[in-house]
Design a protein around this ligand. Sequence first.
Ligand code: IMP
Ligand code: MG
Length: 181
Amino acid sequence: MLNDLEKVLVTKEKIDEKTAELAARISKDYAGKKLMLVGVLKGGFVFLADLMRKIDIQCEVDFMMVSSYGSSTKTSGTVKIIKDIDTDISGKDILIVEDLIDTGLTLKHLLELLKTRNPSSLKICAILDKPSRRLVDIDIAYSGIDIPDEFVVGYGLDYANKYRHLKDVCTLKPEIYKKRY
Ligand code: IMP
Ligand code: MG
């Protein structure tokens, strides 16, 4: 399996450092509020688990699972809700927790959907960001680490549902994937 890897792009140490910074900001900004973390499955669960254990104020947690429609090489911009949150979010301060923002289309769709449910506030936290790939303008209130336009796996991120368990964020050798996205 390790033979499939090309290089480590972001180490777990660097991720931990950034996560601690983000958690400290979140704990300060949301003190006295009704914070609810909404993790985006599947990729977001690893970061969410690390982030929430570094947050030192009360918070609730729930999950959504989404998938993009269409072929794997083109982003259609429509996302399908496979699992919705089962909590009423009206009056709560919602923080969506994502692994990686790429085109931004998934998040844009999720924001529009959750906004209709009248939360008190609605913001985004993502540990990784590929700013050069953005197709829509979205505000990431809590952004971790910018990475270049390379396909990455590990720390929750997969290629064909594999490699999610790797502790670092890595790139794969080109021969591992025939298709890029
Ligand atoms: P977006 O809608 O294009 O921003 O897509 C975001 C989602 O696509 C991320 O949350 C990831 O789950 C997935 N994704 C985007 N880039 C990568 C990558 O390099 N490796 C693995 N998954 C990725
Ligand atoms: Mg994701």
